[in-house]
Write a protein that binds this ligand. Structure first.
Ligand code: CMP
Length: 142
């Protein structure tokens, strides 16, 4: 296994529920350490650009509306096998299917308001990190 970086977002529902600290704490406990972090209220254009791969999906409009409802926390997490590890810690997209103890089982209220986003591949992680952070804003702690 190699050290990787992945993009994580605490979505508007997670910020509203005041679980930023719990989510970040859980990542740290799991060996996924933040190496870049900021809070941002996404514009419609920024949310549409981030989720461009889903543009043709029937839920795209709702997803953009939700993601622009309030501020989000965008972070880069670093650790062993970080892309897959982050997805394990988050749990399934639909919280009804998320394993017990995962972030989505604990905090998500539905398939859309699912509290956290995580990159689904190393290739997408690199693209998503670049979408929010320049090279000098990302540190390395490994
Ligand atoms: P995320 O991992 O951020 O990637 C795309 C997002 O689209 C996903 O989390 C969900 O929030 C949302 N999503 C996926 N499937 C559906 C669906 N069937 N209905 C509404 N939203 C969805």
């Amino acid at each position: 296994m190699a050290i990787q970086q992945t993009l994580s977002i605490i979505k508007p529902d997670g910020v509203e529920k005041n679980v930023i600290g719990k989510v970040v704490g859980r990542f740290e406990e799991e060996g996924l350490v933040p190496v870049a972090m900021r809070m941002v209220h996404l514009s419609q254009q920024e949310a549409e650009g981030f989720y461009a791969v889903h543009r043709e999906r029937p839920f795209f409009g709702e997803l953009v509306e939700f993601m622009t409802r309030g501020p989000v926390v965008v972070m880069v997490l670093e650790g062993e096998d970080a892309v897959a590890r982050n997805r394990e810690v988050m749990g399934a997209t639909n919280p009804a299917e998320a394993a017990e103890g995962t972030l989505r089982a604990l905090y998500a209220s539905g398939i859309e308001e699912n509290t956290v986003h995580g990159s689904d591949s190393e290739e997408n992680a690199a693209k998503e990190i670049k979408y929010f952070f320049s090279d000098v804003q990302v540190f390395s702690r490994s």
